[in-house]
Design a protein around this ligand. Structure first.
Ligand SMILES: *[C@@H]1O[C@H](CO)[C@@H](O)[C@H](O)[C@H]1NC(C)=O
Ligand SMILES: *[C@@H]1O[C@H](CO)[C@@H](O)[C@H](O)[C@H]1NC(C)=O
Ligand SMILES: *[C@@H]1O[C@H](CO)[C@@H](O)[C@H](O)[C@H]1NC(C)=O
Length: 332
């Protein structure tokens, strides 16, 4: 009896070192996939802020693809990125429930650990924060962080975008291109979508903002987002009124306008057509609308800058877009 127990104890004790011997062989697969957001955000916060000298290394643009379908325009983006290494990094957050197939090419191996996302739900904020944190951790040279979706297309060549962001006036240097609006109709309904006074004291109504969730953030602001726990505690609450619930359109503009209003341009570089919008969706361009004139028109803004991306385009726009890619879209 005693012997059996003794043997069991001894063998258990002996197996511990064996366990440690094997754990490192099991873990490496997981190491690139940090499942726990809290751990991911903490690591990104700690790693960030360590400014990298850019004298020897050129800064990069991190492209954060947020999708819940296949990347319809992967071939177009492939052309956009082609021969611009090492000036960019790609990160893809793909809703795992939608069985997305990797388009290969520049997208190979760029999928990050993802979780389910849902429209008008804080899961979209989580996904964007996960992308920002992963990109911050992955490469300290990532200096701008551009969120795009599967319905977005580029309106200029990569070189044009890169030079505009890093070198060219009238583009304001080191500022985030994020739309920040106040006094929009229905903003009160959206403010109280989680219940009256729920947002207080962290987010007074006067500081509640709205804007597009497609933005280009500086590294400093990517860190602000990843580090934030105060506002996130409120924005992650479920909405009671689903008709006025678009957390992803409020969290980022509100947070950045509270933390660093002067560091934001208050406009987005992603053109969207709200004329004739249906059910909160903007106009979706179809294949017959694609033309050089459309691309040129979409670039134009009322200000001194040019739009860099546009949405939304239906998947069957790929063919006509590829036809004008070299001659129109990437010629600038
Ligand atoms: C993904 O695959 C699972 C299992 O094969 C299936 O149940 C589910 O419907 C698929 N989702 C989509 C969006 O096709
Ligand atoms: C915006 O969408 C409408 C259809 O809703 C279309 O008639 C119009 O041409 C579009 N505008 C631009 C600039 O593409
Ligand atoms: C520019 O301003 C005009 C007039 O206010 C407006 O109709 C148009 O939609 C604006 N264009 C853009 C790209 O914002």
């Amino acid at each position: 009896m005693f012997n059996a127990k003794f043997l069991l104890t001894i063998s258990l004790l002996l197996s511990f070192p064996l366990l440690f011997l094997f754990i490192p062989r099991i873990l490496p697969h997981k190491r690139t996939q940090i499942q726990n957001d809290a751990v991911l955000f903490r690591r990104a916060t700690l790693s960030g802020g360590t400014a990298v000298s850019t004298t020897n290394h050129k800064p990069k643009i991190a492209f954060l693809f947020l999708t819940n379908t296949d990347l319809h325009f992967a071939p177009l983006w492939q052309l956009f990125f082609q021969s611009n290494e090492p000036l960019y990094n790609i990160y893809i957050h793909a809703d795992p429930s939608s069985n997305i197939t990797s388009p290969g090419g520049v997208f190979s191996g760029r999928f990050i650990a993802a979780q389910k996302t849902q429209r008008a739900h804080p899961t979209l904020i989580s996904a964007a924060r996960r992308l920002l944190a992963t990109a911050l951790l992955d490469d300290p040279l990532n200096s701008y962080f551009a969120v795009v979706s599967q319905y977005c297309i580029p309106l200029h060549s990569f070189k044009y975008l890169y030079n505009s962001l890093f070198f060219k006036s009238p583009f304001p240097m080191h500022r985030s291109f994020i739309e920040i609006l106040d006094g929009e109709p229905q903003i009160w309904e959206r403010y109280i979508a989680r219940g009256k006074n729920v947002m207080l004291p962290e987010v007074p109504f006067e500081q509640f903002r709205v804007g597009s969730q497609f933005f280009v953030l500086t590294q400093k602001h990517a860190l602000v987002v990843v580090r934030d726990r105060r506002l996130w505690r409120k924005f992650k609450l479920p909405c009671l009124n689903l008709d006025s619930c678009y957390p992803e359109e409020h969290y980022f503009p509100t947070l950045l306008s509270m933390e660093d209003p002067d560091g934001c341009t208050r406009y987005t570089l992603t053109r969207v057509n709200w004329t004739g919008s249906v059910g909160g969706h903007p106009h979706t361009y179809g294949p017959r609308e694609i033309s050089p004139q459309l691309i040129h028109g979409l670039r134009d803004s009322n200000s001194s800058y040019s739009f860099m991306f546009a949405r939304k385009f239906s998947p069957d726009c790929l063919r006509p877009l590829m036809d004008i890619a070299e001659k129109v879209i990437f010629r600038d």
